[in-house]
Design a protein around this ligand. Structure first.
Ligand SMILES: NC(=O)c1ccc[n+]([C@@H]2O[C@H](COP(=O)([O-])OP(=O)(O)OC[C@H]3O[C@@H](n4cnc5c(N)ncnc54)[C@H](O)[C@@H]3O)[C@@H](O)[C@H]2O)c1
Length: 292
């Protein structure tokens, strides 16, 4: 235990400005859904701080674009494109990440996801099952596949971050499937924290986002879609503006604006950082103060 604390202290390194630099040097991070939005910004932030980053997305060209940007700016990343709802994909992802990370994996960010809304009495089984598959079963399969790389006693900083939503904490009309799935991942983080904290020092936390300006919250009319099996699922909010200005509910946010994908990603990286070495099993609300 004393040795582990000493190692964590040394990982903090010299603090330059208001952010430690190189705090993930030599560590490997898998970030699902990192072809765009919050996940892509998260991949770039991990890479900026020295991590070997494994970019995963169902959209291969977007995954490769994130990797290109990271590698061209001096970071280290590989793309492993595929569908997180497949066990085979998750096994391959872990294998490729371990090869890239010289036999080690340190951070999982379970971020891939989308919405498929309907009011309760009109929601189909397919819509319901899709949310459980992508937001619950997929992260479970990845965590289980990566278990041998987290149940280790080398004292290095290991974290798992699940991505929840205010809908998972507070509920939201029209999103019973997403609400159930997103509350599920808060329990997932707490369970991992309890199973892998005592012996291995793994920290697991959840982040519940409010309104972050990505394609998920852009105007539905812009034609954004997610892919589920052979289906294209329209995403976005009917009538939303790109800045959030005028969106219903904005005035309920003390900061009076949506968060940027970079701000959202910053919270993930902050939780994974050794500065948070005593924070685990926590649900961090990243909402601009909404719903406090
Ligand atoms: N934007 C918000 O306001 C908000 C709020 C609360 C929670 N979230 C959550 O944050 C996470 C990221 O969302 P975002 O806003 O960045 O959305 P986004 O659509 O910009 O990015 C999500 C990424 O996940 C990928 N993805 C979806 N299904 C996949 C699958 N089966 N396999 C692999 N990749 C898949 C998509 O291709 C996309 O690149 C999601 O889990 C979302 O539910 C977002």
């Amino acid at each position: 235990m004393a040795e582990r604390l000493k190692q964590l202290q040394s990982q903090l390194g010299p603090v330059s400005g208001n952010f430690p630099s190189g705090m993930f040097a030599g560590q490997t991070a898998i970030i699902t859904g990192s072809g765009q939005g919050i996940g892509a910004e998260c991949a770039k932030l991990f890479a900026k701080d020295g991590a070997n980053v494994v970019v995963c997305d169902i959209d291969q060209s977007k995954a490769e674009a994130t990797v290109k940007e990271i590698n061209e700016s001096g970071g280290k990343a590989i793309a492993v494109a595929g569908d997180v709802t497949s066990q085979e994909y998750n096994d391959n992802l872990v294998k490729k990440a371990a090869e890239f990370g010289n036999g080690k994996i340190h951070h999982l960010v379970l971020n891939a996801g989308f919405t498929w809304d309907a009011v309760i009495h009109k929601m189909s089984d397919k819509q319901f099952d899709a949310m459980i598959a992508v937001h619950n079963k997929a992260p479970f399969m990845l965590v289980r596949a990566a278990a041998p790389f987290f149940r280790v006693t080398d004292g290095e900083n290991r974290t798992i971050t699940t991505i929840s939503s205010t809908t998972g904490v507070n509920g939201n009309a029209g999103q019973i499937n997403y609400s159930i799935a997103k509350s599920g991942v808060t329990g997932m983080a707490k369970t991992i924290a309890k199973e892998w904290g005592p012996k291995y020092g793994v920290r697991a936390n959840a982040i519940a986002y409010g309104y972050i300006t990505t394609r998920l919250t852009a105007a539905k009319e812009t034609g954004g879609f997610a892919v589920y099996g052979n289906e294209k699922v329209a995403i976005g909010i009917p009538g939303a503006s790109s800045t959030g200005a005028g969106n219903a509910g904005l005035k309920e946010i003390p900061l009076q604006r949506g968060g940027t994908p970079l701000e959202a990603a910053g919270a993930i990286v902050a939780l994974a950082s050794p500065l948070m070495s005593y924070v685990t099993g926590h649900v961090l609300m990243v909402t601009g103060g909404r719903n406090m």
